[in-house]
Write a protein that binds this ligand. Structure first.
Ligand code: AMP
Length: 510
């Protein structure tokens, strides 16, 4: 029997098996009225109400619904209310500048756009057929109720499009199908041991690769979602204590914030021998892993993947064979990206690039056949990361693509260079990532000025980029140079420009 895999399966199971359980504890401190605690029966009702409301607006299956929001119960519900009845959810990074959001909304052809009240200013420049401010004009969407029109479930249908800063100046829309999301959520959930006693704290932005699939996996098991809107180490610890959190996913910068907060925490840090934390985005330092395990007493798990792979490719988790090793050695082993997840094949090609095959690799880049063909050449997804694959474990050592990962979010050098070049005084520019304790990598611009344009300071240039780019993409450091290293054909030699900053580092990513 063939039965299509769709993301609604996760919600349907929770509604059937755990109707009276608290599904979500919404963020109390947000500009929209908080939903407080919502049961699975109620979450199911609100998702159906949203789908029925979209029917009423005449938004057909396959249409795109964009949402620009911090973590919230409404965003979580939309993963089901939008995709579960055949529409395509486009979760957008709420930190992006208006011009960036405009591009994504237009490129995806979104008919519906919901924005968080904090970013309502976006509606001055970004338009769609139907626009809503969350917690205000969208309220009937969740409360009108009604039964949505049936959708002929299709696992090959696109469920979400996630825009990611990749290798081009413009972000690319990663098209993930129901089948992609289903297999990622199930395999990830299984390998991470997601179960009905889990209390999951959303320390990862839900827009980022659909919260790595945890909105689906945790729901399917009837676990409890605890929404957190702003990332702050002490607040994370308070919520761990208050809600009995067992599980979270985070970028290395968040782990650092928790470790810092733990230093001044009064009494025993909560969650010892209970919390497991899954980290990805950059290879965490061995010392950080040791501290998470020793000082917090939390289980440390690393994964490696990309938005394009839904994201799970490899997982690094303690295994029985390592039980007798010293903590430092265990931390070293956990510092690798890990072993391929079930159903994932990994190989490293002759250039050292990591390639992957799996059932949750992207279907395509939205309306970008050239980028799709390049990324999936030869039937393998090309990650753009450099690494080694030994003893069944992958280590990420280097990046082949011109991408900087700062605080867990991707920044394409080209988009920052483009923004700087719009300034009349900038004659040449190269943007690189340099290692940084807090951000992992610091967006750094090496700039050659045009002397005829007068005096320009680093602050002027940073302020200029703020008009075009999300704050986290703007250079944090600018260095002025007389010239930049180039090849005979005039190509920038980024590796030479990066070299002095990365000297003595074991890996060329941080
Ligand atoms: P994104 O699509 O925004 O999630 O970014 C994916 C990129 O993050 C990958 O291509 C890697 O460069 C990087 N990344 C993710 N996980 C890891 C990890 N465990 N170690 C090293 N780099 C990672």
């Amino acid at each position: 029997m063939f039965f299509p895999l769709t993301v609604r399966d996760f919600l349907d199971r929770a509604v059937t098996v755990y109707p009276d359980r608290v599904a979500v504890v919404d963020e109390p401190d947000q500009p929209a009225p908080s939903w407080g605690e919502v049961t699975y029966a109620e979450l199911g009702r609100r998702a159906r109400s949203q789908a029925a409301y979209l029917d009423g607006l005449g938004v057909p299956p396959g249409a795109r619904v964009a949402i620009v929001s911090q973590n919230s119960a409404r965003l979580l519900t939309s993963f089901f209310g939008v995709s579960g009845w055949g529409r395509i959810l486009v979760p957008v990074n709420f930190r992006l500048a208006a011009a960036e959001v405009k591009y994504i909304v237009e490129h995806s052809g979104a008919e519906v756009l919901l924005v968080d009240p904090e970013v309502r200013g976006l509606l001055d420049t970004v338009t769609a057929k139907h626009t809503f401010v969350i917690g205000e004009s969208d309220e009937p969407m969740w409360t009108t109720g009604g039964e949505p029109q049936p959708w002929e479930a299709d696992e090959a249908a696109t469920a979400t499009i996630n825009y990611t800063s990749g290798t081009t100046a413009r972000p690319k829309g990663v098209q993930l199908t129901h089948r992609n999301l289903w297999t990622n959520a199930s395999i990830f959930g299984w390998q991470a041991g997601v179960n009905d006693r889990d209390v999951y704290l959303h320390t990862l932005p839900m827009f980022h690769a659909n919260g790595w699939g945890m909105p689906y996996a945790v729901t399917g098991m009837g676990g409890r979602h605890v929404v957190i809107r702003k990332i702050d180490g002490a607040e994370i610890l308070r919520r761990v204590e208050r809600h009995g959190v067992t599980f979270m996913c985070a970028a290395p910068a968040v782990v650092q914030a928790v470790l810092d907060a733990a230093k001044t925490w009064d009494g025993e840090v909560p969650g010892r021998d209970r919390v497991r934390i899954i980290v990805a985005g950059a290879p965490p330092p061995t010392r950080t892993i040791e501290r998470v395990r020793g000082e917090l007493g939390w289980e440390f798990i690393q994964i490696y993947g990309l938005t394009e792979t839904s994201p799970l490719l490899t997982m690094s988790r303690m295994r029985e064979e390592w039980d007798g090793l010293e903590p430092l050695e265990q931390a070293r082993l956990l510092g690798r990206a890990g072993a391929p997840a079930v159903g994932v094949r990994i190989m490293v090609d002759d250039d050292g690039e990591v390639l992957a095959q799996s059932n949750h690799n992207l279907d395509a880049y939205w309306e970008n056949p050239d980028a799709t063909a390049t990324a999936l050449q030869g039937g393998w997804f090309h990650t753009g990361d450099g690494g080694t694959f030994e003893d069944g474990h992958l280590t990420i050592a280097d990046r082949k693509k011109d991408v900087i990962i700062s605080g867990g979010e991707n920044v394409t050098s080209i988009e920052v260079e483009d923004a700087l070049m719009l300034h009349a005084a900038v004659r040449e520019v190269a943007v690189i990532g340099i290692p940084d304790e807090k951000w992992g990598e610091l967006v750094t611009a090496l700039v050659v000025l045009d002397p005829e344009e007068g005096e320009v300071s680093a602050e002027d240039l940073i302020a200029h980029t703020r008009q075009h780019l999300a704050g986290y993409k703007c250079p944090k450091r600018i260095e002025f140079r007389d010239e930049l290293a180039r090849t005979a054909t005039g190509k920038l030699q980024k590796f030479k420009l990066r070299a002095p900053y990365w000297e003595g580092k074991e890996r060329q990513v941080n």
